[in-house]
Design a protein around this ligand. Structure first.
Ligand SMILES: [Fe+2]
Length: 281
């Protein structure tokens, strides 16, 4: 089994500052790191799917790095719209892979390939499957990476969801040209799921015929408001992360199952008992 944990939208600020004056995102991320380190089996890798900091400041990235330093598993990040140009300087290992690869980068863990796709557009809250100049370099890179190993299962990760959630103010800033990304995936059935961030909620749908997910935030959630005229807002719902587990269950690509994991300490696990009081094994 290969386990890939995912955190997203941590929105770290400089030490001592809360997001929106209200959310202690540093404490929330520290709790997520502690939770990840407690999981058994331990995650093989941890993905961080963007908006890791709030305003793209180097001091914010330094703060993020200090908080995730105790993480036992290697962390592989991809930028979100809040991260800005300082992102790649803050993550030299990821930046080196990206320089070697091209537009995004790839992490291999056992037979599973995790492809990290940069969906950001400088200065814009929305993302795009196409390059900021309208080119298709990032999609061409994705197509080439996938074509290089057509029999290896893939989890594709990017910040901006390539689908609408019904939360109108977020849908206005999701991934543009999603049909172009879908067209690439049509040729690559080994992409078992597409996982994103940006919306701070656990969301599941289909994209290009695959499961498509949004990872919750370990801090604040975007409020669930399906009113088309709903105003932006956030709520302090239970923090969460995703745990993707790939297993070789036979078939061409094995199976990928994604679990939503609330972050925190909870009573249990407790045993189950049958009606006669005997312990269920
Ligand atoms: Fe975002």
């Amino acid at each position: 089994m290969i386990t890939v944990a995912q955190i997203s939208d941590t929105h770290i600020r400089r030490p001592g500052l809360k997001a929106y004056g209200r959310v202690d995102t540093a404490a929330h991320l520290a709790a997520a790191v502690s939770h990840l380190n407690s999981l058994r089996p331990a995650p093989d890798i941890v993905l961080a799917t963007g908006d890791l900091v709030d305003f793209g400041e180097a001091a914010e990235f330094a703060h993020f790095q200090r908080i995730v330093a105790p993480l036992a598993a290697p962390l592989w990040p991809i930028p979100g719209n809040h991260d800005g140009p300082a992102f790649w300087q803050a993550f030299p290992d990821a930046a080196a892979r990206r320089r070697a690869e091209g537009e995004g980068y790839l992490v291999e863990t056992g037979p599973l390939r995790v492809v990290l796709f940069d969906s950001t557009v400088p200065g814009a809250p929305f993302g795009d499957a196409l390059d900021p100049d309208g080119g298709s370099r990032r999609l061409d890179w994705l197509d080439t990476v996938l074509a290089a190993a057509p029999e290896r299962p893939v989890l594709l990760a990017l910040h901006h969801p390539p689908f609408a959630t019904g939360i109108a103010h977020m849908d206005r800033q999701n991934l543009r040209q999603p049909e172009r990304l879908a067209a690439v995936l049509e040729h690559h059935p080994q992409v078992l799921a597409v996982t994103c961030g940006h919306v701070h909620r656990s969301v599941a749908t289909q994209f290009a015929g695959r499961p498509a997910l949004i990872c919750p935030s370990p801090a604040h959630a975007v409020a669930l408001d399906l009113d088309p005229d709903g105003a932006p807002g956030f709520a302090m719902e239970p923090p969460g992360l995703l745990m993707h587990a790939w297993r070789d269950t036979g078939g061409r690509f094995g199976s990928l199952v994604s679990h939503v994991v609330p972050v925190g300490s909870f009573p249990g696990p407790f045993p189950f008992y049958a009606a006669d009081g005997s312990l269920l094994g």
